[in-house]
Design a protein around this ligand. Sequence first.
Ligand code: MN
Length: 131
Amino acid sequence: MKPRVLVIEDNDQNLYLVTFLLEKHGLEVVAARDGRGGIEAATEVKPDLILLDIQLPVVDGYAVARALRANPELAAIPIVAVTSYAMVGDRDRCLEAGCTDYIEKPIDPEGFVLQIARHLPPGAVSRVADA
Ligand code: MN
């Protein structure tokens, strides 16, 4: 079974790019467009990895991360914050909220995939040549 990645992202272009990159590398993508939808999807799908935008409608990414960490069934899933907040201290805020890692937008396609691969089992992310 393909590893499943839940992408919580409200921006169409970012969602499109991230979905394209993940699918190209052999991963299955489930998308949610706001924080509440993201928490619901995580509960339902139990993904292998969650990519979390911080600036989200309804419930922001920090609150999403805290809610996921408070649920014992979801607490072990790696959460990678993907955010355009470039202010000092954001990384710490993400980690304090329960995120595992942090990627800054704009996304560098190659570096992005490598950073994602670190949070999935070895071999889960196919190289482009294999995909
Ligand atoms: Mn956003």
